[in-house]
Design a protein around this ligand. Structure first.
Ligand SMILES: *Cc1c(COP(=O)(O)O)cnc(C)c1O
Length: 460
Protein backbone atom coordinates (compact mmCIF):
# COMPACT_ATOMS: atom_id res chain seq x y z
CA UNK A 1 0.00 0.00 0.00
CA UNK A 2 2.98 2.32 0.60
CA UNK A 3 4.72 1.87 -2.77
CA UNK A 4 4.45 4.92 -4.97
CA UNK A 5 2.62 3.08 -7.78
CA UNK A 6 -0.08 1.86 -5.43
CA UNK A 7 -0.35 5.29 -3.79
CA UNK A 8 -1.29 6.66 -7.22
CA UNK A 9 -4.01 4.03 -7.51
CA UNK A 10 -5.32 5.02 -4.07
CA UNK A 11 -5.60 8.60 -5.27
CA UNK A 12 -7.69 7.47 -8.26
CA UNK A 13 -9.87 4.77 -6.71
CA UNK A 14 -9.89 5.35 -2.94
CA UNK A 15 -8.21 3.48 -0.11
CA UNK A 16 -10.80 0.72 0.46
CA UNK A 17 -11.04 -0.44 -3.13
CA UNK A 18 -7.26 -0.58 -3.55
CA UNK A 19 -6.79 -2.39 -0.25
CA UNK A 20 -9.32 -4.99 -1.34
CA UNK A 21 -7.55 -5.44 -4.69
CA UNK A 22 -4.14 -5.82 -3.01
CA UNK A 23 -5.54 -8.43 -0.63
CA UNK A 24 -7.20 -10.34 -3.47
CA UNK A 25 -3.95 -10.41 -5.47
CA UNK A 26 -1.79 -11.41 -2.49
CA UNK A 27 -4.21 -14.13 -1.47
CA UNK A 28 -4.14 -15.55 -5.00
CA UNK A 29 -0.31 -15.45 -5.04
CA UNK A 30 -0.09 -17.23 -1.68
CA UNK A 31 -2.29 -20.03 -2.97
CA UNK A 32 -0.23 -20.37 -6.14
CA UNK A 33 3.04 -20.29 -4.17
CA UNK A 34 1.69 -22.87 -1.75
CA UNK A 35 0.96 -25.27 -4.59
CA UNK A 36 4.46 -24.71 -5.96
CA UNK A 37 3.30 -23.36 -9.33
CA UNK A 38 5.18 -20.13 -9.05
CA UNK A 39 8.26 -18.48 -7.58
CA UNK A 40 8.03 -15.26 -5.56
CA UNK A 41 7.14 -12.38 -7.92
CA UNK A 42 8.83 -9.00 -7.57
CA UNK A 43 7.09 -5.81 -6.50
CA UNK A 44 6.55 -4.59 -10.05
CA UNK A 45 4.72 -7.80 -10.98
CA UNK A 46 2.50 -7.56 -7.95
CA UNK A 47 1.64 -3.92 -8.64
CA UNK A 48 0.78 -4.80 -12.24
CA UNK A 49 -1.56 -7.55 -10.99
CA UNK A 50 -3.16 -5.11 -8.54
CA UNK A 51 -3.80 -2.65 -11.36
CA UNK A 52 -5.34 -5.37 -13.51
CA UNK A 53 -7.61 -6.36 -10.63
CA UNK A 54 -8.60 -2.70 -10.16
CA UNK A 55 -9.35 -2.41 -13.86
CA UNK A 56 -11.57 -5.47 -13.65
CA UNK A 57 -13.45 -4.12 -10.62
CA UNK A 58 -13.92 -0.59 -11.94
CA UNK A 59 -15.02 -1.39 -15.52
CA UNK A 60 -18.80 -0.95 -15.68
CA UNK A 61 -20.65 -4.23 -15.30
CA UNK A 62 -23.68 -3.11 -17.28
CA UNK A 63 -22.42 -2.30 -20.74
CA UNK A 64 -23.46 -2.22 -24.39
CA UNK A 65 -23.30 -5.40 -26.50
CA UNK A 66 -23.92 -6.18 -30.16
CA UNK A 67 -27.20 -8.07 -30.29
CA UNK A 68 -26.83 -10.21 -33.43
CA UNK A 69 -29.05 -12.99 -32.11
CA UNK A 70 -31.75 -12.38 -34.70
CA UNK A 71 -34.26 -11.49 -31.98
CA UNK A 72 -34.64 -7.76 -32.33
CA UNK A 73 -36.46 -6.79 -29.15
CA UNK A 74 -34.52 -9.08 -26.81
CA UNK A 75 -35.63 -8.97 -23.17
CA UNK A 76 -32.29 -10.28 -21.85
CA UNK A 77 -30.41 -7.69 -23.90
CA UNK A 78 -32.37 -4.64 -22.77
CA UNK A 79 -35.18 -4.68 -25.37
CA UNK A 80 -35.59 -1.56 -27.52
CA UNK A 81 -32.60 0.67 -28.32
CA UNK A 82 -33.83 4.24 -27.79
CA UNK A 83 -34.15 6.98 -30.43
CA UNK A 84 -31.61 9.82 -30.08
CA UNK A 85 -34.48 12.18 -29.18
CA UNK A 86 -35.26 10.03 -26.14
CA UNK A 87 -31.62 9.85 -25.08
CA UNK A 88 -31.35 13.63 -25.26
CA UNK A 89 -34.53 14.00 -23.23
CA UNK A 90 -33.09 11.72 -20.53
CA UNK A 91 -29.88 13.76 -20.35
CA UNK A 92 -31.77 17.05 -20.09
CA UNK A 93 -33.76 16.06 -17.00
CA UNK A 94 -30.88 14.06 -15.51
CA UNK A 95 -28.62 17.11 -15.31
CA UNK A 96 -30.84 19.49 -13.40
CA UNK A 97 -34.15 19.76 -11.57
CA UNK A 98 -37.31 19.52 -13.67
CA UNK A 99 -41.05 20.20 -13.38
CA UNK A 100 -41.61 16.47 -12.78
CA UNK A 101 -44.45 17.07 -10.32
CA UNK A 102 -44.89 20.80 -10.58
CA UNK A 103 -47.54 22.50 -12.68
CA UNK A 104 -45.87 25.56 -14.20
CA UNK A 105 -49.19 27.03 -15.39
CA UNK A 106 -51.02 26.84 -12.07
CA UNK A 107 -47.91 27.30 -9.95
CA UNK A 108 -48.70 24.33 -7.72
CA UNK A 109 -48.01 20.66 -7.29
CA UNK A 110 -48.56 18.68 -10.48
CA UNK A 111 -48.93 15.05 -11.62
CA UNK A 112 -45.93 13.23 -13.10
CA UNK A 113 -48.21 11.33 -15.50
CA UNK A 114 -49.27 14.61 -17.11
CA UNK A 115 -46.12 14.69 -19.27
CA UNK A 116 -47.17 11.59 -21.18
CA UNK A 117 -50.92 11.22 -20.63
CA UNK A 118 -52.00 13.62 -23.35
CA UNK A 119 -49.74 11.88 -25.87
CA UNK A 120 -51.02 8.41 -25.03
CA UNK A 121 -54.61 9.67 -25.38
CA UNK A 122 -53.91 11.44 -28.66
CA UNK A 123 -52.25 8.36 -30.15
CA UNK A 124 -54.76 5.77 -28.93
CA UNK A 125 -58.04 7.64 -28.68
CA UNK A 126 -58.23 6.86 -24.94
CA UNK A 127 -59.93 9.23 -22.49
CA UNK A 128 -57.19 8.94 -19.92
CA UNK A 129 -53.92 7.13 -19.25
CA UNK A 130 -51.33 6.40 -16.60
CA UNK A 131 -47.87 4.81 -16.49
CA UNK A 132 -46.04 2.46 -14.14
CA UNK A 133 -42.71 0.64 -14.09
CA UNK A 134 -43.49 -2.09 -16.60
CA UNK A 135 -46.42 -3.97 -18.05
CA UNK A 136 -46.32 -6.61 -15.34
CA UNK A 137 -46.91 -3.81 -12.82
CA UNK A 138 -49.66 -2.39 -15.03
CA UNK A 139 -51.53 -5.70 -15.04
CA UNK A 140 -51.07 -6.07 -11.30
CA UNK A 141 -52.30 -2.55 -10.58
CA UNK A 142 -55.41 -2.98 -12.74
CA UNK A 143 -56.31 -6.34 -11.20
CA UNK A 144 -55.70 -5.17 -7.65
CA UNK A 145 -57.64 -1.93 -8.08
CA UNK A 146 -60.67 -3.27 -9.89
CA UNK A 147 -60.99 -6.85 -8.70
CA UNK A 148 -59.30 -7.42 -5.30
CA UNK A 149 -60.98 -10.31 -3.46
CA UNK A 150 -63.11 -10.93 -6.53
CA UNK A 151 -63.00 -13.41 -9.40
CA UNK A 152 -61.54 -12.75 -12.83
CA UNK A 153 -62.48 -15.13 -15.65
CA UNK A 154 -59.66 -15.84 -18.16
CA UNK A 155 -59.63 -18.29 -21.06
CA UNK A 156 -57.51 -21.41 -20.44
CA UNK A 157 -55.84 -20.64 -23.76
CA UNK A 158 -54.46 -17.36 -22.41
CA UNK A 159 -52.83 -18.32 -19.09
CA UNK A 160 -49.47 -17.10 -20.32
CA UNK A 161 -45.92 -17.18 -19.04
CA UNK A 162 -43.59 -14.49 -20.38
CA UNK A 163 -39.88 -15.10 -19.91
CA UNK A 164 -39.72 -16.86 -16.57
CA UNK A 165 -41.11 -14.47 -14.01
CA UNK A 166 -44.35 -13.16 -15.52
CA UNK A 167 -46.88 -15.96 -15.06
CA UNK A 168 -50.45 -14.77 -15.25
CA UNK A 169 -51.88 -17.06 -12.53
CA UNK A 170 -49.10 -16.01 -10.11
CA UNK A 171 -49.56 -12.31 -10.88
CA UNK A 172 -53.30 -12.66 -10.34
CA UNK A 173 -52.92 -14.33 -6.99
CA UNK A 174 -50.40 -11.71 -5.81
CA UNK A 175 -52.78 -8.98 -6.96
CA UNK A 176 -55.35 -10.50 -4.60
CA UNK A 177 -57.78 -11.69 -7.27
CA UNK A 178 -59.12 -15.17 -7.83
CA UNK A 179 -58.48 -16.67 -11.24
CA UNK A 180 -61.57 -18.29 -12.72
CA UNK A 181 -60.41 -20.46 -15.63
CA UNK A 182 -62.87 -20.73 -18.48
CA UNK A 183 -63.02 -22.79 -21.66
CA UNK A 184 -60.22 -25.14 -22.73
CA UNK A 185 -56.66 -24.77 -23.99
CA UNK A 186 -57.72 -24.65 -27.64
CA UNK A 187 -61.35 -23.54 -27.58
CA UNK A 188 -63.18 -20.97 -25.49
CA UNK A 189 -66.71 -19.78 -26.30
CA UNK A 190 -68.86 -16.83 -25.28
CA UNK A 191 -71.10 -19.10 -23.22
CA UNK A 192 -68.06 -20.19 -21.13
CA UNK A 193 -67.67 -16.57 -20.05
CA UNK A 194 -71.42 -16.10 -19.56
CA UNK A 195 -71.51 -19.10 -17.24
CA UNK A 196 -68.45 -17.99 -15.27
CA UNK A 197 -69.73 -14.49 -14.49
CA UNK A 198 -71.47 -14.05 -11.13
CA UNK A 199 -71.84 -11.48 -8.35
CA UNK A 200 -68.28 -12.39 -7.34
CA UNK A 201 -66.75 -11.32 -10.67
CA UNK A 202 -64.56 -8.17 -10.65
CA UNK A 203 -63.71 -7.75 -14.31
CA UNK A 204 -63.29 -9.68 -17.56
CA UNK A 205 -59.71 -10.10 -18.79
CA UNK A 206 -58.32 -10.93 -22.20
CA UNK A 207 -54.60 -11.61 -22.48
CA UNK A 208 -52.65 -11.35 -25.72
CA UNK A 209 -50.93 -14.68 -26.38
CA UNK A 210 -47.65 -12.92 -26.89
CA UNK A 211 -45.10 -15.66 -27.29
CA UNK A 212 -47.06 -18.59 -28.65
CA UNK A 213 -49.96 -19.38 -30.90
CA UNK A 214 -52.55 -22.10 -30.54
CA UNK A 215 -53.21 -23.56 -33.99
CA UNK A 216 -55.55 -26.17 -35.41
CA UNK A 217 -59.04 -26.76 -33.99
CA UNK A 218 -59.35 -23.50 -32.09
CA UNK A 219 -61.90 -20.91 -31.05
CA UNK A 220 -61.59 -17.71 -29.09
CA UNK A 221 -64.13 -15.06 -28.21
CA UNK A 222 -63.73 -11.83 -30.19
CA UNK A 223 -62.91 -8.75 -28.17
CA UNK A 224 -66.10 -6.93 -29.17
CA UNK A 225 -68.16 -9.93 -28.03
CA UNK A 226 -66.28 -10.16 -24.70
CA UNK A 227 -66.76 -6.44 -24.20
CA UNK A 228 -70.50 -6.80 -24.74
CA UNK A 229 -70.70 -9.67 -22.24
CA UNK A 230 -68.72 -7.69 -19.62
CA UNK A 231 -70.76 -4.54 -20.13
CA UNK A 232 -74.06 -6.44 -19.91
CA UNK A 233 -72.98 -7.35 -16.37
CA UNK A 234 -71.65 -3.89 -15.61
CA UNK A 235 -68.08 -5.16 -15.46
CA UNK A 236 -64.95 -3.53 -16.90
CA UNK A 237 -63.37 -5.33 -19.85
CA UNK A 238 -59.56 -5.25 -19.67
CA UNK A 239 -57.12 -6.32 -22.39
CA UNK A 240 -53.48 -7.04 -21.58
CA UNK A 241 -52.04 -6.35 -25.00
CA UNK A 242 -48.37 -6.90 -24.08
CA UNK A 243 -46.46 -5.50 -27.04
CA UNK A 244 -48.84 -2.65 -27.73
CA UNK A 245 -48.20 -0.84 -30.98
CA UNK A 246 -49.60 2.68 -31.19
CA UNK A 247 -49.32 2.88 -34.97
CA UNK A 248 -50.09 0.31 -37.66
CA UNK A 249 -46.83 -1.55 -38.37
CA UNK A 250 -48.15 -2.69 -41.77
CA UNK A 251 -47.27 0.77 -43.16
CA UNK A 252 -43.59 -0.17 -42.64
CA UNK A 253 -43.99 -3.46 -44.48
CA UNK A 254 -44.27 -5.41 -41.23
CA UNK A 255 -46.97 -7.85 -40.17
CA UNK A 256 -50.00 -6.01 -38.77
CA UNK A 257 -50.04 -6.03 -34.97
CA UNK A 258 -53.29 -5.04 -33.28
CA UNK A 259 -52.91 -1.47 -32.04
CA UNK A 260 -53.96 0.02 -28.72
CA UNK A 261 -56.49 2.22 -30.54
CA UNK A 262 -58.09 -0.76 -32.29
CA UNK A 263 -58.36 -2.60 -28.97
CA UNK A 264 -60.10 0.36 -27.32
CA UNK A 265 -62.43 0.67 -30.32
CA UNK A 266 -63.42 -2.97 -30.01
CA UNK A 267 -64.76 -2.17 -26.55
CA UNK A 268 -61.90 -2.53 -24.04
CA UNK A 269 -62.28 -0.24 -21.03
CA UNK A 270 -58.58 -0.50 -20.20
CA UNK A 271 -55.59 -1.67 -22.24
CA UNK A 272 -52.20 -2.46 -20.69
CA UNK A 273 -48.98 -2.58 -22.75
CA UNK A 274 -45.19 -2.25 -22.51
CA UNK A 275 -43.14 0.85 -23.24
CA UNK A 276 -40.14 -1.12 -24.46
CA UNK A 277 -41.67 -3.65 -26.80
CA UNK A 278 -43.26 -2.43 -30.06
CA UNK A 279 -43.34 1.15 -28.80
CA UNK A 280 -39.54 1.13 -28.96
CA UNK A 281 -39.21 3.22 -25.80
CA UNK A 282 -38.00 2.81 -22.21
CA UNK A 283 -39.19 0.09 -19.84
CA UNK A 284 -42.64 1.16 -18.68
CA UNK A 285 -46.18 -0.14 -18.35
CA UNK A 286 -48.82 2.00 -20.03
CA UNK A 287 -52.49 1.85 -19.15
CA UNK A 288 -54.99 3.59 -21.42
CA UNK A 289 -58.77 3.74 -21.30
CA UNK A 290 -61.74 5.12 -19.42
CA UNK A 291 -61.22 8.20 -17.24
CA UNK A 292 -63.10 6.78 -14.23
CA UNK A 293 -61.05 3.60 -14.15
CA UNK A 294 -57.73 5.45 -14.60
CA UNK A 295 -58.74 7.71 -11.69
CA UNK A 296 -59.33 4.65 -9.52
CA UNK A 297 -55.91 3.22 -10.48
CA UNK A 298 -54.20 6.45 -9.48
CA UNK A 299 -55.78 6.30 -6.02
CA UNK A 300 -54.40 2.83 -5.28
CA UNK A 301 -51.31 3.14 -3.00
CA UNK A 302 -49.74 0.43 -5.18
CA UNK A 303 -49.45 3.05 -7.94
CA UNK A 304 -47.05 5.02 -5.74
CA UNK A 305 -44.86 1.95 -5.35
CA UNK A 306 -44.87 1.33 -9.10
CA UNK A 307 -44.44 4.85 -10.41
CA UNK A 308 -41.88 5.70 -13.11
CA UNK A 309 -38.88 7.92 -12.50
CA UNK A 310 -38.13 11.14 -14.36
CA UNK A 311 -35.66 9.51 -16.77
CA UNK A 312 -38.26 7.03 -17.96
CA UNK A 313 -40.95 9.69 -18.30
CA UNK A 314 -38.61 11.97 -20.26
CA UNK A 315 -37.72 9.17 -22.69
CA UNK A 316 -41.31 8.02 -22.98
CA UNK A 317 -42.57 11.52 -23.77
CA UNK A 318 -39.99 11.83 -26.56
CA UNK A 319 -40.86 8.42 -28.03
CA UNK A 320 -44.59 9.16 -27.95
CA UNK A 321 -44.02 12.49 -29.65
CA UNK A 322 -42.17 10.73 -32.49
CA UNK A 323 -45.20 8.49 -32.98
CA UNK A 324 -47.24 11.51 -34.03
CA UNK A 325 -45.41 11.43 -37.37
CA UNK A 326 -45.14 7.80 -38.50
CA UNK A 327 -43.38 8.68 -41.77
CA UNK A 328 -40.37 9.97 -39.79
CA UNK A 329 -40.73 7.43 -37.01
CA UNK A 330 -39.30 4.57 -39.03
CA UNK A 331 -36.06 6.52 -39.46
CA UNK A 332 -35.90 7.89 -35.92
CA UNK A 333 -36.73 4.74 -33.99
CA UNK A 334 -33.80 2.30 -34.15
CA UNK A 335 -36.12 -0.58 -33.34
CA UNK A 336 -38.53 0.14 -36.20
CA UNK A 337 -35.66 0.93 -38.55
CA UNK A 338 -34.14 -2.47 -37.83
CA UNK A 339 -37.49 -4.25 -38.07
CA UNK A 340 -38.21 -2.66 -41.43
CA UNK A 341 -34.75 -3.25 -42.92
CA UNK A 342 -34.84 -5.09 -46.27
CA UNK A 343 -32.92 -8.34 -46.76
CA UNK A 344 -30.95 -6.91 -49.70
CA UNK A 345 -29.57 -4.19 -47.52
CA UNK A 346 -28.70 -6.64 -44.73
CA UNK A 347 -27.08 -9.06 -47.16
CA UNK A 348 -24.98 -6.30 -48.70
CA UNK A 349 -23.61 -5.46 -45.24
CA UNK A 350 -22.91 -9.12 -44.48
CA UNK A 351 -20.99 -9.48 -47.76
CA UNK A 352 -18.99 -6.37 -47.02
CA UNK A 353 -17.91 -7.62 -43.59
CA UNK A 354 -17.38 -11.27 -44.51
CA UNK A 355 -13.77 -11.02 -45.86
CA UNK A 356 -12.58 -9.12 -42.80
CA UNK A 357 -14.07 -11.59 -40.39
CA UNK A 358 -12.87 -14.56 -42.43
CA UNK A 359 -9.33 -13.18 -42.38
CA UNK A 360 -9.39 -12.78 -38.56
CA UNK A 361 -10.39 -16.42 -38.14
CA UNK A 362 -8.37 -17.87 -41.04
CA UNK A 363 -7.39 -21.50 -40.44
CA UNK A 364 -9.56 -21.64 -37.34
CA UNK A 365 -13.06 -21.16 -38.71
CA UNK A 366 -14.72 -20.31 -42.00
CA UNK A 367 -17.09 -17.38 -42.38
CA UNK A 368 -19.83 -17.34 -45.01
CA UNK A 369 -22.93 -15.28 -45.76
CA UNK A 370 -26.27 -17.10 -45.54
CA UNK A 371 -29.97 -16.28 -45.58
CA UNK A 372 -31.75 -16.53 -42.27
CA UNK A 373 -34.85 -15.15 -40.58
CA UNK A 374 -35.12 -12.76 -37.66
CA UNK A 375 -37.93 -12.55 -35.16
CA UNK A 376 -39.38 -9.45 -33.57
CA UNK A 377 -39.14 -10.87 -30.05
CA UNK A 378 -40.61 -9.83 -26.71
CA UNK A 379 -43.96 -11.30 -27.47
CA UNK A 380 -44.79 -9.64 -30.76
CA UNK A 381 -45.98 -11.82 -33.64
CA UNK A 382 -44.39 -14.97 -32.18
CA UNK A 383 -44.56 -17.03 -35.35
CA UNK A 384 -43.91 -14.41 -38.02
CA UNK A 385 -40.36 -14.24 -39.34
CA UNK A 386 -38.50 -11.45 -41.16
CA UNK A 387 -36.21 -12.33 -44.09
CA UNK A 388 -32.62 -11.56 -43.12
CA UNK A 389 -28.96 -12.43 -43.74
CA UNK A 390 -26.25 -13.64 -41.38
CA UNK A 391 -22.53 -14.22 -41.11
CA UNK A 392 -22.12 -17.91 -40.30
CA UNK A 393 -18.95 -18.85 -38.44
CA UNK A 394 -18.15 -22.57 -38.75
CA UNK A 395 -15.12 -23.87 -36.84
CA UNK A 396 -12.66 -26.01 -38.81
CA UNK A 397 -11.86 -29.55 -37.62
CA UNK A 398 -13.35 -32.85 -36.53
CA UNK A 399 -16.34 -32.91 -34.21
CA UNK A 400 -14.64 -32.53 -30.83
CA UNK A 401 -12.07 -30.08 -32.02
CA UNK A 402 -14.71 -28.04 -33.84
CA UNK A 403 -16.91 -27.95 -30.75
CA UNK A 404 -13.95 -26.78 -28.67
CA UNK A 405 -13.08 -24.11 -31.24
CA UNK A 406 -16.66 -22.89 -31.34
CA UNK A 407 -16.51 -22.36 -27.58
CA UNK A 408 -13.20 -20.52 -27.91
CA UNK A 409 -14.74 -18.19 -30.51
CA UNK A 410 -17.89 -17.58 -28.47
CA UNK A 411 -15.82 -16.83 -25.39
CA UNK A 412 -13.53 -14.46 -27.32
CA UNK A 413 -16.56 -12.59 -28.70
CA UNK A 414 -18.04 -12.31 -25.21
CA UNK A 415 -14.73 -11.03 -23.82
CA UNK A 416 -14.56 -8.08 -26.24
CA UNK A 417 -14.93 -4.56 -24.80
CA UNK A 418 -18.30 -4.47 -26.61
CA UNK A 419 -19.26 -8.16 -26.61
CA UNK A 420 -20.72 -9.68 -29.78
CA UNK A 421 -23.63 -12.07 -29.20
CA UNK A 422 -25.16 -14.35 -31.80
CA UNK A 423 -26.97 -17.68 -31.79
CA UNK A 424 -25.58 -21.19 -32.15
CA UNK A 425 -27.25 -23.60 -34.56
CA UNK A 426 -25.92 -26.97 -35.79
CA UNK A 427 -22.34 -26.41 -34.71
CA UNK A 428 -22.00 -22.90 -36.14
CA UNK A 429 -22.37 -19.36 -34.85
CA UNK A 430 -24.98 -17.26 -36.68
CA UNK A 431 -24.64 -13.49 -36.50
CA UNK A 432 -27.83 -11.93 -37.88
CA UNK A 433 -26.79 -8.64 -39.48
CA UNK A 434 -30.26 -7.05 -39.34
CA UNK A 435 -29.50 -5.30 -36.05
CA UNK A 436 -25.96 -4.20 -36.93
CA UNK A 437 -25.90 -0.47 -37.58
CA UNK A 438 -22.65 0.55 -35.92
CA UNK A 439 -20.37 -1.11 -38.50
CA UNK A 440 -17.21 0.74 -37.52
CA UNK A 441 -17.53 -0.23 -33.88
CA UNK A 442 -18.13 -3.82 -34.93
CA UNK A 443 -14.94 -3.84 -37.04
CA UNK A 444 -12.95 -2.36 -34.16
CA UNK A 445 -14.15 -5.24 -31.98
CA UNK A 446 -13.11 -7.76 -34.63
CA UNK A 447 -9.66 -6.19 -34.81
CA UNK A 448 -9.15 -6.69 -31.08
CA UNK A 449 -10.42 -10.28 -31.11
CA UNK A 450 -8.07 -12.65 -29.26
CA UNK A 451 -8.62 -16.40 -29.45
CA UNK A 452 -7.45 -18.10 -26.28
CA UNK A 453 -7.23 -21.90 -26.61
CA UNK A 454 -7.58 -22.37 -22.85
CA UNK A 455 -10.94 -20.58 -22.84
CA UNK A 456 -12.90 -23.32 -24.56
CA UNK A 457 -14.67 -24.56 -21.45
CA UNK A 458 -17.41 -21.91 -21.41
CA UNK A 459 -21.06 -22.34 -22.24
CA UNK A 460 -22.11 -22.05 -25.83
C1 LIG B 1 -44.50 -8.76 -22.13
C2 LIG B 1 -45.85 -8.97 -21.58
C3 LIG B 1 -46.10 -8.71 -20.24
C4 LIG B 1 -45.04 -8.20 -19.31
O1 LIG B 1 -44.61 -6.94 -19.70
P1 LIG B 1 -43.25 -6.30 -19.12
O2 LIG B 1 -43.20 -4.96 -19.75
O3 LIG B 1 -42.17 -7.22 -19.54
O4 LIG B 1 -43.40 -6.24 -17.65
C5 LIG B 1 -47.39 -8.92 -19.77
N1 LIG B 1 -48.36 -9.37 -20.59
C6 LIG B 1 -48.14 -9.65 -21.89
C7 LIG B 1 -49.27 -10.15 -22.74
C8 LIG B 1 -46.87 -9.45 -22.43
O5 LIG B 1 -46.65 -9.70 -23.73
Amino acid sequence: MATSAVRAAIEAHGHELVLEAVRTVLQRLRLELGSGVLSVPDEKDIVAKVNRELDRVTTPNLKPVFNLTGTIVHTNLGRAPLPEEAIEAICRVARQPSNLEYDLVLGKRGDRDSHVEEWICRLSGAEAATVVNNNAAAVMLVLNTLAARKEVPVSRGELIEIGGSFRLPAIMSRAGVKLREVGTTNRTHAKDFEEAISAKTGLVLKVHTSNYEVQGFTAAVAESKLAAIAHKHNLPFVVDLGAGALVDLAQFGLPHEQTVGETLKSGADLVTFSGDKLLGGPQAGLIAGSADLIKALKKNPMKRAMRCDKLTLAALEAVLRLHANPSMLVRQSPMLRQLARARDDIERLAKELQPRFAERLAGYATVRVAHTTSQIGSGARPIDRLQSAALVVTPVGQRREAAHRLNVILRALRDLPIPILGRVASGALWLDMRTLEETEGFCRQLNSLVLNEEDGGGQS
